[in-house]
Every structure is written in C-alpha cells, then in structure tokens.
Design a protein. Structure first.
Length: 446
C-alpha cells in the first residue's frame, strides 16, 4: 500500500520531514534477527530475542510452565537477560538465562538453552544460590581448552559479597551437563590470572572484612584437574567497602602481579593492594599490608583514582597524594609510583580532575613552580608560573554534542575520549615550557 500526499507551499515542508522520520523509524524496526556483540568472542542478545531467536523464549516458557521473571546480571560484560556463548565447543552458541520461578519466589535458576534440529530446548538447569545474579563469565580455569562458567550469586540482594561458583561443562554424546567444581567461595571480586606460572589461569579472589576483627584477604584458587585447591592466601586491609578494579601486570621472567584498587569503608579514600606469588613464602603475598597494624598504608590516598600505566611505559603506577599549595578543591596532585624491588619508586606527577575525568602529567622540574586555577562555571583548569603569574596552559573538557569550534578559537584538541573533546591552549611562559605536542602525550582520561 502506498501513501500519496501533496503539500502546497513551503510552510508544509515540516510535515514532509516528519513523515520521512516516521518512515525511517518503521524501516529500522522492521529488520529482523538482531544480535549485539559485547566482544569478539561473546554474542549477547537484547532483553527479548526476536527473529530466529524468538524460539529461545518459547523454549524457556515451555520449561518453566508456571511462569517466571527473567533476571539480569548486574556486573561484568554479560548484563543482558540472554547471553549467547559456545560452552560445549561445537561451533554453535547456546543461550544462558537466569530467572526467578513464579512458584518459588526468592530463588533463582540458570537455564542453558540449545538448538536441536530446528527447535530450541532447555538442556540443563542449575538451581542457583540465593535471590539474585551478580555476574557471569567464561574462563578456562582447568587447562582443558574449554571455558568454564564462573557465576556469582547474590544470597542477599545488593550485597557486597557474592557466592562464586565454577561450573565445568561436560558433554556426553548429544547431552550437556554442568558440574560444579568444588564448593562456592564468598567473594567481593575476582580476576583470572596465572599467578604461579603453571600456564593455567587461577582465580584470584578478594574477600571483604568488617573492621579489624574480621578476616579480609585474597586467595589463589586453582581448578586444575577438575578440583578446587587453595594455592595460597594473604591477609589484606579490612577497612574497605569493595575492590572496584583489578588489573594484571605481566612481568617478564617473573610472576604476574595483580593490582587491586579498593574503596575505603568511609567511601572517601582508596588504596591499592599489590598481590603476587612468592617462592620464598610458598604463597601469595601483599607487600604493603602490615600484620602488626592490620592496615595497608603506603598505597592509601584521598584522591579517588585507580592505578594505571600513566606514562605509557608498559608498567602500572600506583597513585599517592602529593601536597601542593593553594590547589583548587576540584584538582588533586598525584605522585605516581612503580613497585620495584619491594619498594615504591616515583615516576611522574600529575594534576587530576576527577569530576572532568582526566589527568595531565607535570614534569618534575615544574611541579613546585606552578600555580593552579579552576573555573567551576567553564570547567577550565589553568596552570601558571607561581612567580610570574604568566599562564603556561589551560585545559577544558567540552561535550561533543555541544562543541562549537567558533567558541574555542585558539584551542587545540589534545584528547578525544568517548563523548568529550579535551581542548588546550598554551601561553607564552618563559619559566614553564609545555607545548601542545607535550600535552597530547601528558593527558589521559580516567
């Protein structure tokens, strides 16, 4: 059916534009067989599968005949109701779904749905632990070449601690089953890392404490040969609320190190635990944790920023507070340090705007010579010579959606990150020689 309309006069041009938009939207939503990829390996569907994948929902409907509510993981890469992943290595992706049965409220199940011939069916169902699902991941932790399912269940909704279970995929002829390796482990966060150089990833898990009287620490968990073994453990500072970011640093001819950035119990400061394997002790260690005080002090700071490779040298630096006179409250000065031979060694200083999500290196020779200003309305950070008051440079973040080149004449884009342009302008300062080219190297988003 065709719709023919005739408009007279230029004033009706707006109606033509409206119709064009409607037709465009109709064309967009008439397409079938959507799938969204979260990574190269993993394919994640929308909340309700459409097209060929609509039968996945039908298969779950038939399996849970009394009704259910779909549940979505709240953390990690896989945060949609249906996750597609080839768990049995046959080249075809299965669908994994979490749901709360209507006839067993307050519980949660995990279903594996596979296409057999021309129809989908639930081929495995796992009774979960607790009331909600925190995260789902796929990691080869037993050296088999196939990836296991690492699932964190929430016994209590919105809890900081989760029950981590590792499920091994077993295939016999056309049947798939999931078998839990060992028992569940209560964790706040975890990361896959080959901690002891055996060429197989372990799960390094981090546990929360509650003040000085409760245990907080890390455990290196091995699932080699289908058995759970604790290879080593170390105590950690218990005065934190969560480990919000974990990073692995691969060290040539040495053991990998894990940097665990933690938020304090007060929520107003951070610290970094560095954890790695020690042959001398035959376990994992955290070199800055004090067993006498129960605290980790050397890596604690007030600035809310995580460890990272700040100067692009391939080595992770840990941020420490650096006192600088007359800093605006919106700007922090950071002393970045690397871990070498059991001590922290200074590498760089930066000025950091946490609210504007960037940090910029200030060369050591200038750090005690600068004066820093910040305009809360324009969000411009300016750096001048403390003595002459001559401006060396200024930086301003601008939303791409509102960027107007005419309003920022004389500025140069020094960083293009996500939805922002970071613009800079340099002044003629004889005491502080920092160029636009330098700033493009010095600035990083956080």
């Amino acid at each position: 059916m065709f719709l023919i309309m005739v408009f007279k006069g230029g004033e009706n041009l707006k109606y033509i534009k409206c119709i064009a938009c409607v037709l465009g939207i109709c064309a967009l939503f008439s397409a079938c067989n959507f799938q969204f990829s979260s990574s190269i390996d993993d394919l994640i569907s929308p909340i309700s599968p459409i097209g060929d994948n609509a039968d996945i929902k039908t298969a779950l409907d038939e399996y849970v005949q009394n009704g259910y509510d779909l549940k979505t993981p709240t953390y990690g890469k896989h945060i949609t109701s249906y996750t597609f992943f080839d768990i049995d290595g046959d080249g075809e992706k299965e669908a994994i779904a979490f749901y709360e049965p209507s006839d067993d409220l307050g519980t949660i199940d995990m279903a594996v749905i596979k296409k057999r011939d021309d129809a989908f069916e639930v081929i495995e169902n796992i009774k979960g632990m607790g009331k909600d699902i925190h995260s789902l991941d796929f990691i080869d932790v037993n050296g088999s070449g196939n990836k296991e399912l690492v699932v964190c269940w929430d016994v209590i909704r919105n809890s900081s601690s989760h029950e981590m279970c590792v499920y091994e995929v077993k295939k016999k002829k056309d049947k798939i089953s999931l078998s839990e390796i060992g028992e569940s482990i209560t964790v706040n966060n975890y990361i896959a890392v080959d901690i002891n150089n055996d060429s197989v990833d372990e799960l390094l898990v981090f546990k929360l404490g509650n003040g000085s009287s409760s245990y907080a620490g890390a455990e290196a968990c091995s699932y080699l040969y289908g058995k759970l073994r604790i290879l080593g453990e170390t105590k950690l500072d218990s005065h934190i609320s969560s480990y919000n970011e974990l990073k692995v640093e691969e060290i040539e001819n040495d053991y990998n190190r894990v940097y665990a950035d933690a938020i304090s119990s007060s929520g107003s400061s951070m610290l970094t635990e560095i954890v790695y394997w020690s042959d001398a002790y035959g376990t994992i260690i955290s070199p800055f944790y004090s067993y006498s005080s129960g605290r980790t002090k050397d890596t604690a700071r007030n600035v809310m920023i995580t460890s990272r490779d700040i100067n692009s040298d391939g080595i992770i630096e840990v941020p420490n507070d650096k006192k600088l006179s007359s800093l605006p409250i919106q700007i922090s000065c950071i002393d970045w340090k690397v871990y070498k031979k059991s001590i922290l060694i200074h590498t760089d200083y930066t000025l950091c705007s946490v609210s504007d999500r960037y940090t910029v290196i200030i060369p050591d020779k200038y750090i005690d010579k600068i004066s820093v200003g910040y305009d809360e309305k324009t969000r411009i950070m300016s750096v001048s010579s403390k003595d002459s008051r001559i401006e060396a440079f200024r930086i301003v973040p601008v939303l791409k959606a509102t960027y107007d080149k005419r309003k920022f004449e004389g500025y140069t884009t020094v960083l293009d990150d996500s939805g922002y342009y970071y613009l800079a302008k340099t002044g003629d300062n004889p005491d502080i020689d920092i160029t636009i080219k330098d700033l493009k190297t010095y600035i990083k988003s956080i």
